[in-house]
Design a protein around this ligand. Structure first.
Ligand code: AMP
Length: 308
């Protein structure tokens, strides 16, 4: 089985949407990525950090999905990363109310020996120095390195972020962040500028409006499945990244053609994530539901126009 190394926050989230409010629940970029990637036949591992306030049952949820957690450090007396956010009525935009780095502030990642030759590395959202620290420990160049990040790190660690972006093959980023990073409003121009920063492939996520894949002048678009109910978009971007990287790791094919399939898988899994608060839907999801929805995706986008 191919190895997928995942880095990112494992966190407590407190979320407010027009439909309700949660206290501290399980969240974090690596959590969503791992849960999503677990729908593929990959040997996945998470590198992250939590405090000893983090419940064992949350760690067990990951282990039950066959995710290796030996790279999740538990800091004695430390407090787990905490994020809280409030969504606007359209659910496409949100305000961060609070980000407490806590144990993440001094985290020095240690990649387990077994995953130093990972086939695919998914650098999920956290401090770019941690993302870099993971790349520096690899003993073999992975077939693909994917990076996800957010405006928070552009605001507080831009030089470090640019240094790690230079070393990755694929960047996944949302539309507003692509504009911030590139200084361009047009997403086509933004992708061209981001290519110049290093990544050969640029994926721009547009929430309920789907995702775009750019490779130079080539553009592919995957819609988001129109859903009757969107409850909480938290983690949708990470779930997308988990589906994308999990599928690539399973299929061992890093061609542009196959990346199109990867963004469909990512969009498919993300469509489940938003149906409940936090990780709830992903935890109760089974492979059959994922497969059935993939069929819906296909019929959503297939048409028969014959062109000369
Ligand atoms: P998404 O909705 O895909 O952007 O991801 C939301 C998840 O990212 C939440 O579960 C948060 O715990 C986590 N998160 C929020 N802010 C940050 C940050 N600055 N760095 C890393 N992870 C974060």
């Amino acid at each position: 089985m191919n190895k997928l190394l995942i880095v990112g926050t494992v966190a407590f989230d407190a979320i407010e949407t027009p439909f309700g409010k949660t206290d501290k629940i399980l969240g974090g970029a690596a959590t969503f990525i791992g849960l999503s990637a677990s729908f593929f036949d990959v040997d996945a591992a998470i590198v992250s950090v939590v405090g000893d306030d983090f419940p064992q049952e949350y760690l067990d949820l990951l282990t039950n999905r066959n995710i290796d957690i030996s790279g999740i450090e538990i800091v004695k007396g430390g407090k787990t990363f905490f994020w809280s956010g409030r969504y606007h009525n359209d659910l496409n935009s949100r305000d961060t109310l609070e980000t407490q780095l806590n144990v993440l502030a001094d985290f020095k990642p240690v990649v387990p020996e077994k995953y130093k030759d990972a086939d695919v590395v998914m650098l999920g959202n956290l401090h770019p120095l941690v993302q870099m620290g993971v790349l520096d420990q690899l003993t073999q160049q992975p077939k693909l390195i994917v990076l996800d990040t957010m405006n928070f790190w552009m605001d507080c660690a831009l030089p470090e972020l640019l240094a790690v972006i230079k070393r990755v093959d694929v960047i996944t980023i949302n539309d507003e962040e692509a504009r911030q990073l590139s200084g361009e409003y047009s997403l086509v121009k933004a992708a061209a500028k981001i290519h110049q920063l290093g990544p050969k492939y640029v994926v721009i996520k547009k929430g309920e409006h789907g995702a775009l894949l750019f490779e130079g002048k080539e553009i592919f678009f995957a819609p988001a499945l129109p859903l009757e109910e969107v409850f909480d978009p938290t983690g949708a971007g990470d779930t997308f990244a988990g589906g994308f990287s999990g599928y690539i790791a399973q299929s061992e094919n890093i061609s542009y053609q196959n990346m199109k399939n990867a963004i469909i898988h990512g969009s498919n899994l993300a469509s489940f994530c938003v149906e409940r608060f936090g990780t709830e839907r992903m935890i109760n999801l089974d492979k059959e539901e994922v497969y059935d929805r993939l069929k819906q995706f296909r019929s959503l986008t297939q048409f028969d126009i014959e062109l000369e």
